[in-house]
Design a binder for this molecule. Structure first.
Ligand code: ZN
Length: 308
């Protein structure tokens, strides 16, 4: 006679166990930039992700607005770039959110830059002179070498936070890695064609990818990393002897493109505005998509302009 209530209790307990598994399956993730949100979505599609910035916002400078503080307060994991990219706003956001899981050194705070070597910005000066990258260049979201390391580390971190899903997270990572490696072969073939190309940039936003593709940066519209282009510096860039050999002036969609427009008008070197991260638009939803777009833009502009 006691077996029926006991069976019911066991069944109820089993249902509770399923419910708690489902709760743990749906992690709340705070992503500082869209690129990390896109990788979390690949590895853990069920995660509830809040992204602090878009491709049209400068990730160095955003406002710690109340909706972001609230999202940070409720997050199980924050995924950010680190290396001071978010130094102007993330520490304050973390402090105001007061989430005991998310603080420096805890498993709840993942910094991409901790998992891959950083290049130095092409002109490195100390912070007192205006360098916003004292620890090295944090714009590594388009690096064909860095992104796989970061994604692997992110898969490990997500598995630790959602251990019931570690097997499927690993499978998704391996599938993603296979696709990345396949694309990498295409980019490598492009790099052979692009060798010797030179460009002008604004900030180090695309530097990792350009370096990987054998494309040299001949001038930066910023006088120092993080300092806005000044008219004096732009005149110096215009006088750069190699400028006439530059294939294009590359600016990111979040940057003010007026300095690049001025230089393009003065020099005849075309200006190209490209997203520096995923945008959510069709064909721009993965980092592979964005790298592919950049490679295509570079190949389009590589035709030598000074043919004998
Ligand atoms: Zn920067």
């Amino acid at each position: 006679m006691t077996s029926k209530p006991r069976a019911l209790a066991l069944a109820f307990g089993w249902l509770l166990a399923i419910a708690s598994t489902q709760v743990s399956a749906s992690l709340n993730v705070f992503a500082c930039e869209p690129e990390w949100a896109s990788l979390v979505a690949v590895l853990l599609p069920d995660a509830k992700i809040t992204t602090a910035t878009t491709a049209w916002q400068d990730p160095h400078y955003i406002e710690a607005r109340p909706s972001l503080i609230s999202a940070m307060r409720n997050a199980d994991l924050a995924v950010c770039t680190g290396a001071s990219l978010e130094a102007g706003w993330l520490p304050s956001l973390i402090s105001r959110a007061a989430n005991r899981h998310i603080k420096p050194g805890s498993d709840g705070l993942f910094f991409a830059a901790d998992h891959t070597p950083l290049h130095q910005s092409h002109e490195h000066v100390d912070r007192s002179m205006g360098d916003v990258h004292p620890e090295g260049d944090p714009h590594l979201q388009l690096s064909p070498d860095a992104v796989p390391r970061i994604t692997q580390a992110l898969a490990t971190r997500l598995s630790a936070l959602a251990p019931d899903q570690s097997g499927i997270i690993q499978q998704r990572y391996l599938r993603w890695r296979g696709e990345w490696n396949l694309q990498r072969q295409t980019w490598r073939a492009a790099a052979e064609q692009l060798e010797g190309m030179i460009v002008v940039t604004q900030h180090s936003t695309f530097d990792y990818l350009l370096r990987w593709l054998n494309v040299a940066v001949v001038a930066d519209l910023e006088p120092k990393p993080g300092l806005p282009p000044s008219s004096r510096h732009l005149r110096d860039v215009l006088a750069t002897p190699l400028l006439s050999d530059a294939a294009l002036i590359l600016v990111a969609s979040y940057q003010d493109d007026r300095p690049a427009t001025w230089l393009a008008n003065q020099s005849g070197v075309p200006k190209v505005v490209m997203p520096a991260t995923v945008t959510g638009k069709p064909g721009q939803q993965s980092l592979q998509n964005i790298i592919g777009l950049l490679v295509d833009a570079l190949l389009t502009h590589q035709a030598p302009r000074n043919v004998d």
